[in-house]
Ligand binder design. Structure first.
Ligand SMILES: Nc1ncnc2c1ncn2[C@@H]1O[C@H](COP(=O)(O)OP(=O)(O)OP(=O)(O)O)[C@@H](O)[C@H]1O
Ligand SMILES: [Mg+2]
Length: 603
């Protein structure tokens, strides 16, 4: 589907008919796409499986032949040839069948692993490529379960369950055919007993599906409660909610136990039921066969073969019933995974990208209207011209739309109406690589990836030398604290001693941005975690670093405004004041009031 909101409620189960058809088609498309590259292997596995199953089914018929024909030949004419023949065919078919099964296991494993590898990388690539809008509505917990538990249930099915299921069904079918061929009347008894068997299987499948679904819901609740408590452990401790959490977790665990008991009870009914049907069938075949043997209408060997076939027919059924569940959960997982994979980025890459190797940094908003998703309009009508090289300070009340404006310039979202251009080129048409090189945003959440401090700074320019990395760090005043870390620039940020403070993280992400050397730099509250001296240091650095760059600085501390060429005051998504800092301070507008209040707070 194209819309983000359309599938963001993916984890529900109350689909309408057309929706379910659509979802089923979607899964089938994904399955077909996954199977296409491995179709050769798939065909091979199918042939190997059919041949090996057929070989397994020969056994009882050979025994019948041995008892009814080969044995009398030995007794009556001392002719050992048929017996030796039976022995050889039996041994060969058993060995051949076993070897083929071994081969099949390998072929199937190779198939499974190829499909899983493909699926795993597809999910990662696709989820990473999707726009921010998707990630905001699709929680990270759900993305994680796509990549972990959903993939696991698909793997479990492919690894073992599907084998059992397909070979069990195939074996049952072949056995029935063999039985019908060797003795039609016993075969008909089995067919008739198929009715109660089918009813029992259907009952079990339906009930277990319900219980299974409930168990998934309850187990998800248990996990969510656990994860939430542990990730919010600071709030838990601060507000002393341990007792309440204990109680709630205890209740959820109790529910989980109860649901599992119900599922066990289901097996407690199903297994004896299956045994009963099997026993009754066997008894009927034996009774009717025995009567015919006594009148000479049936040979003893055939009766023995019929009994063996009936027993073999029932033996895989319990496993088949168990794996129907696994099949069910894998199908559900596939549905969810296919949902993520068919999500289109809401900020698509251009069809024919315009290249801009050296941007000058001239940014224009032309009649831009914007709202998140299908929600209310945040920016009703914005027109703005930022000449190349200008430093803008963007101020305004909380929720005015400052970060929204910054995210639009970075093309994390596209405007609903109008356009935003860089050097006259619509951002939607600009090649993504050039866009990322030209425009860099630094936000308050300075994220550090695992690796060294140097690696983290080099993110902005992967081919940077250590000298360049150090120069960038020096420029923003991060050099001193990095040198003081246990291994300097080679300190692992995840190791003990490599842990840095929030402010230090911001300095690192500043260094990262300066190393990237973009034409347009956006700072959204990027200095919020810095103390006054560090912020002053960054500001001094900014003055030189922003010299020939376009910059949009969003800051609550008005000291930043001092280095700006121009101040924009935003309110309710509109720019209400736009002038040089001095002119605005001298005036009587909103900014003059803010500035006066700020001055007062300083003394
Ligand atoms: N991802 C989002 N989805 C939906 N609405 C959003 C989203 N982000 C922000 N908003 C809404 O857009 C409006 C503007 O938010 P924005 O973050 O641009 O404000 P801001 O000026 O940066 O505020 P602050 O000074 O607090 O950072 C707010 O009313 C907010 O509710
Ligand atoms: Mg903001």
């Amino acid at each position: 589907m194209t819309s983000v909101t359309g599938t963001s409620g993916e984890d529900r189960s109350d689909y309408t008919r057309t929706e379910s058809v659509h979802i089923r088609r979607r899964s089938q498309r994904l399955l077909a796409g996954l199977m296409h590259p491995v179709r050769g292997h798939l065909a091979l596995a199918a042939v190997v499986l059919v041949v090996s199953t057929a070989l397994r089914v020969i056994g009882p018929s050979l025994i019948a032949y041995g008892i009814d024909n080969a044995l009398p030949a030995v007794i009556e004419h001392a002719d050992w040839l048929p017996t030796v023949g039976v022995f050889l065919v039996y041994a060969l078919s058993a060995i051949g069948g076993a070897a083929l099964i071994g081969w099949y296991v390998l072929v199937a494993a190779r198939l499974t692993q190829a499909v899983m590898l493909d699926l795993r990388t597809r999910i990662f690539r696709h989820t990473q490529r999707l726009s921010l809008e998707f990630h905001e509505s699709y929680t990270s917990g759900r993305i994680i379960s796509r990549q972990t538990s959903d993939l696991d249930s698909i793997r479990e099915l492919l690894d073992g369950g599907l084998n059992e299921l397909v070979s069990g069904v195939l074996y049952g079918g072949f056995t029935l055919i063999a039985l019908l061929l060797i003795d039609v009347q016993s075969g008909l008894i089995l067919v008739v007993m198929g009715l109660p068997l089918a009813l029992l299987m259907r009952w079990f499948y339906r009930r277990s599906q319900l219980v299974y679904r409930e168990s998934r819901v309850v187990s998800a609740k248990v996990i969510v409660k656990f994860v939430e408590t542990m990730t919010g452990i600071r709030a838990v401790k601060a507000f002393r909610t341990e007792d309440r959490d204990d109680r709630e977790f205890g209740e959820l665990s109790e529910d989980y136990r109860a649901v599992n008991m119900r599922s066990m009870r289901l097996f407690g009914t199903f297994e004896p039921g299956l045994m009963a049907v099997s026993a009754v069938t066997l008894a009927a075949v034996l009774l009717w066969g025995g009567m015919r043997v006594s009148t000479g209408a049936l040979e003893v060997g055939v009766l023995l073969a019929a009994v063996l076939y009936v027993r073999n027919f029932f033996s895989p059924l319990q496993e088949v019933a168990m794996f129907l569940n696994q099949y069910q959960s894998a199908a559900a997982a596939l549905e969810k995974v296919s949902g993520v994979l068919e999500e289109e980025p809401s900020v698509p890459d251009p069809q024919r990208p315009a290249s801009l190797p050296a941007a000058s940094g001239h940014v224009r908003f032309e009649d831009v209207e914007f709202g998140y998703g299908n929600g209310r309009t945040i920016l009703p009508h914005l027109s703005l011209d930022i000449p190349a090289g200008q430093t803008i300070a963007l101020v305004g009340t909380t929720g005015a739309g400052k970060s929204t404006l910054a995210k639009l310039v970075s093309r994390f979202y596209d405007p609903t109406r109008g356009r935003i251009t860089l050097d006259g080129i619509d951002l939607r048409e600009l090649s993504p690589a050039d866009l990322r090189r030209a425009i860099v945003m630094v936000t308050q959440e300075a994220y550090l990836f695992s690796g060294t401090v140097a690696d983290n700074i080099a993110l902005g320019k992967p081919d940077a030398t250590l000298e360049q990395i150090q120069a960038a760090a020096r420029a923003v005043g991060a050099d001193a604290f990095i040198q003081a870390l246990p291994d300097g620039y080679d300190t692992d940020v995840n190791k003990r001693g490599g842990r840095v403070s929030a402010g230090q993280r911001q300095l690192i992400s500043f260094a990262r941005a300066f190393l990237a050397d973009p034409a347009v730099l956006i700072l959204d509250e990027a200095t919020a975690s810095l103390d006054i001296p560090s912020e002053r240091l960054v500001q001094e650095a900014l003055q030189t670093l922003l010299a020939e760059r376009t910059a949009i600085i969003i800051a609550h501390r008005l000291s930043t405004v001092a280095i700006a060429d121009r101040v924009l005051v935003m309110e309710h998504g509109e720019v209400i004041e736009d002038d040089t800092p001095d002119a605005l301070i001298a005036g009587t507008g909103k900014f003059a009031q803010l500035h006066a209040a700020w001055r007062e707070s300083l003394v």
